[in-house]
Design a binder for this molecule. Structure first.
Ligand code: ASP
Ligand code: MG
Length: 421
């Protein structure tokens, strides 16, 4: 059995969703569908969160109502009278929850409030897809994934309780699949044991598909995208990219970790650990061959794989008393990053200094600098980019860096990374 994951672009409008029908109905076996929010819904929900926590209620409800209306109009374009009424009924239950979440939003519990509101996008879109498949005589069940993926309470980046969730997955989704149903559920969201909604990190629907595939021992995951497969660099940023037909988990996890946008970095681990292949296919033309990500096929020769991550900050930490950056200081520094949950993209240390490249997130950078400044001298370079090239050759690197100032360069046998301005 397969998992199909459809991202926001694949359901950006009603026409797009309708075009998925042949892809879904062609599949002979029961299917698990994991879906994102439509188009840019998550961004719209984030704006509502901002208004709601600032207690700007008229604006929050205005934006909220617009979003509800958009979803209802979308559903109306696809569904005939009875099906529309049924879907609308299901959505109205969610609308009540949505309004309630706006009302209760609190800046003192920002991440919690964020998740109660932002989780709505996937719930809405999955309701509509479920209604549409049912209307087309496909035997379909809608599952609220918040009853399946049980997590801790790290709001906005929740950690799945694997054992508990696996049992839930079997009892809900697994049971429906055994009845030969198509199960439609949401990516990106889950809930705590207490039943509060959580999200798994932006663009986290890929991860949901992988987690559920692993828990339910599925044969494969297919991510349907608007591109023809996996490429050696982002074609929006670099000319002359090449498609890669088959690529190993190890290669993709490196690229995703350093910022390749194609797949959420957390997606690969559950697939690798259960040896489940991941297909990247194009929803605009299902006949295109796409790419597969799977166990290492031996001595594959890869072209230079390029990832450019913008919006980085280079943080340089120096001891004030000229003490060395050895075990004691390193341990202290790592604990500060760990306690503030700041992910380090690149690290280097010298005698009395330590340099880390991190994402430029205001909510992370400011507290980090405050914490580090207590015991160290801290200097930062903002607006830098992290360029990673795997399987590099020097001509490619020269070409990519020629108009930039290089602040830091690190090289291993396979990978070259530079932080540049
Ligand atoms: N809708 C969420 C987001 O845009 C999750 C996803 O698309 O994977 O971040
Ligand atoms: Mg998305």
């Amino acid at each position: 059995m397969k998992v199909y994951k459809f991202g926001g672009a694949s359901i950006a409008d009603a026409g797009r969703m309708a075009a998925l029908l042949p892809i879904i109905s062609e599949e002979q076996e029961p299917l698990l569908i994991v879906i994102s929010a439509m188009g840019k819904t998550t961004n719209a929900l984030e704006r509502i969160v901002q208004c709601a926590v600032n207690k700007e209620y008229p604006e929050a409800y205005k934006l909220g109502n617009e979003l509800k209306q958009q979803h209802l109009e979308y559903a109306e374009k696809l569904l005939v009278a009875d099906n529309y009424a049924q879907t609308k009924g299901a959505m109205e239950v969610l609308f009540v929850e949505f309004d309630e979440a706006i009302k209760k939003a609190d800046s003192k519990r920002f991440d919690y409030s964020y998740d109660q509101i932002v989780c709505m996008g996937e719930l809405f879109s999955s309701c509509i897809l479920h209604g549409y498949l049912a209307q087309n005589n496909l035997s379909t069940t809608w599952v609220d994934v918040r009853k399946v993926l049980i997590t801790d309470n790290t709001y906005r980046d929740a950690v799945v309780d694997w054992n508990w969730s696996a049992l839930q997955a079997e009892a809900t989704i697994g049971r429906e699949l055994k009845k030969k149903k198509i199960v439609v559920t949401q990516g990106f969201i889950g809930a705590t044991a207490a039943g509060d909604s959580v999200t798994l990190g932006r663009e986290g629907s890929d991860y949901t598909a992988a987690v559920l595939a692993a828990m339910l021992h599925m044969d494969s995951v297919t991510i349907w995208k608007d591109v023809d497969g996996f490429r050696n660099a982002d074609p929006k940023l670099f000319p002359g990219t090449v498609k890669i037909n088959a690529i190993s988990y190890a290669e993709v996890i490196e690229m995703a970790f350093y910022g390749a946008q194609i797949i959420h970095p957390k997606t690969i681990k559950p697939l690798h650990n259960n040896n489940i292949p991941l297909y990247v296919k194009c929803f605009l033309d299902k006949k295109l061959s796409g790419s597969v990500i799977k166990a290492d096929a031996g001595d594959v020769h890869y072209p230079p794989m390029i990832v450019l991550k913008d919006k980085q900050v280079l943080v340089q930490v120096t001891t004030r008393d000229f003490s060395f950056i050895t075990e004691d200081n390193l341990s202290k520094l790592y604990s500060i990053f760990h306690d503030l949950k700041v992910k380090i993209n690149l690290i280097q240390n010298a005698a009395i200094s330590f340099v880390a490249c991190i994402d430029n997130r205001d909510d992370k950078v400011t507290p980090l600098i405050q914490a580090l400044s207590k015991d160290y001298k801290v200097t930062i370079n903002e607006q830098v980019s992290l360029l990673t090239v795997r399987h590099f050759n020097l001509a490619v690197v020269e070409d990519l860096t020629k108009y930039h100032t290089i602040l830091l360069r690190q090289e291993t046998r396979k990978t070259l990374q530079v932080v540049m301005k």
